[in-house]
Design a binder for this molecule. Structure first.
Ligand code: TRP
Length: 448
């Protein structure tokens, strides 16, 4: 298997790569800014509940199916189907996941490009090239197009190298640095005037807000986005795990790491907003709404770095470098979805499939940039708030209802002969069968 399809070479390699996929812009750009504009602590509270009760079981469904089938989502769902009709529907779900993954990458690359822009701008400021730096930091179609294309090129470059040489090596090196940098910055920001205001908003929930259907739907989308669910990313990563691994704990590690980093980023971003406000930077409009959710952190974080003086430029450079890397370890997991699908269908060699797919996604992304006002928010909402949870629902149906129970148990027993008596087997199968689908449908029903 390792010869033809590639495999993660170690347990820690997989955890870091899967955590690398999970940890990205969703944690540091998506979650904190959504929390800030949706009641702070109430959003945090609902997000935490949904991450552990819904997203973790859905993640396990993808990992287990993936490792069993050792194939992409379309093939895997077809394989575990009880009939040819379900097989066809399964392939359809896999293909839909691939389309959603590609669309997610097309907006993700735009935001990731901004991260690269702020990183390079910090370097240029150190060299005294302020004009170019300001251009890189200011919103313009030309800048967005250039940086997005650069980011897509980097993503494709890593994906052509395959699982072991590309994905695993990069994640292992850079993930720990990101964590250290976040902790350091969060501790620093808490010492600044204004920070405690943000901290209060982040930590004291207003439970009335926590039961609003709209907030719950947004938190569901955020949790699914953050764990890279519903589009077959985690299924593909699962297909590269060796049979010796204990899947439930691997999935648990990935979930805990991902959620912790999102929560930690909240401790950086929400206090930073109020520090920025304290320093005279506008972040709310007259009616008290955040000025712009999408670009918020590109306003408040640079303002935070400014409080540090000249060392702030160095720190800004370092921070945006790590963010660019975090975005890359996520974007490669998105691009891997269509690439694995076409390679496994023998549509061409890995490098040629990678470059063709990349070109198509780059064109979609350019279309979004050229129609930014109308398309950017729309694509994000359609893919993350609706696409991912609904496809995640289908994965739960396949794992819970359609897949033969004995085969599933055999899969879990591969590395753990006592799996049948374990806690996971007692709870999870019924849970993905009944509880997860019902909650997902319930949340959608409520919000309509
Ligand atoms: N989870 C990543 C983040 O938080 C984004 C991501 C990677 C993703 N792969 C995905 C989102 C697949 C949806 C689907 O930034």
């Amino acid at each position: 298997m390792a010869g033809s399809r590639g495999q993660f070479s170690s347990r820690i390699g997989f955890i870091l790569a899967a955590a690398g996929s999970a940890v990205g812009l969703g944690n540091i750009w998506g979650f904190p800014t959504q929390a800030a504009s949706n009641g702070g602590a109430a959003f945090l509270f609902v997000y935490l509940i949904l991450a552990f009760t819904l997203a973790y079981p859905a993640l396990m469904a993808e990992l287990i199916i993936g490792r069993h089938a050792h194939a992409n989502a379309a093939t895997a769902l077809r394989q575990i189907s009880p009939s040819s009709l379900w097989g066809k529907i399964g392939s359809g779900v896999g293909v839909a996941g691939m389309v959603v993954a590609s669309l997610i990458l097309s907006f993700y690359a735009i935001v990731a490009g901004w991260m690269i822009g702020f990183f390079v701008a910090a370097l240029l400021k150190l060299l005294g090239l302020n004009d170019v730096a300001i251009w890189l930091e200011s919103f313009s179609t030309a800048r967005n197009l250039g940086l997005m294309t650069l980011f897509m090129g980097l993503t494709a470059g890593i994906i052509t190298q395959g699982v072991h040489g590309g994905i695993e090596k990069w994640s292992e090196r850079l993930m720990p640095m990101l964590l250290a940098c976040l902790v350091g910055l969060a501790v620093y920001v808490l010492t600044l005037p204004g920070a405690s205001e943000g901290l209060k908003i982040y930590l004291l929930p207003d439970f009335n807000k926590a039961i609003e259907p709209d907030l719950i739907l947004k938190a569901l989308g955020a949790a699914f986005f953050s764990l890279s669910l519903g589009v077959g990313t985690m299924l593909i990563y699962g297909s590269y795990i060796s049979d010796e691994e204990h899947l439930p704990s691997l999935g648990g590690w990935v979930t805990v790491t991902d959620v912790s980093i999102a929560v930690l980023a909240g401790f950086l971003v929400l206090p930073s907003m109020y520090v920025a406000l304290h320093n005279g930077i506008e972040i709310f409009d007259a009616s008290g709404n955040l000025l712009s959710e999408d670009t918020l952190i590109f306003t408040v974080l640079p303002a935070l770095f400014d409080t540090i003086g000249s060392a702030g430029v160095v720190l800004a450079g370092f921070f945006f470098f790590l963010m660019s890397i975090a975005a890359l370890t996520s974007s490669i997991s998105m691009l891997e979805v269509p690439v694995a699908y076409f390679v496994e269908r023998d549509a061409g060699s890995r490098p040629s499939v990678t470059w063709v797919t990349t070109a198509i996604i780059t064109l979609i992304s350019a279309t979004i940039i050229l129609n930014f006002e109308t398309l950017f928010g729309l694509v994000i909402t359609l893919t993350t708030r609706y696409g991912q949870p609904l496809l995640g629902f289908m994965f739960c149906i396949y794992a819970g209802w359609l897949w033969n129970r004995d085969t599933l148990l055999t899969e879990l027993k591969k590395n753990n002969p006592g799996a049948a008596d374990g806690l996971f087997w007692r709870i999870w199968p019924t849970y993905v069968k009944v509880v997860c689908p019902l909650i997902i449908l319930g949340i959608f029903y409520q919000s309509i």
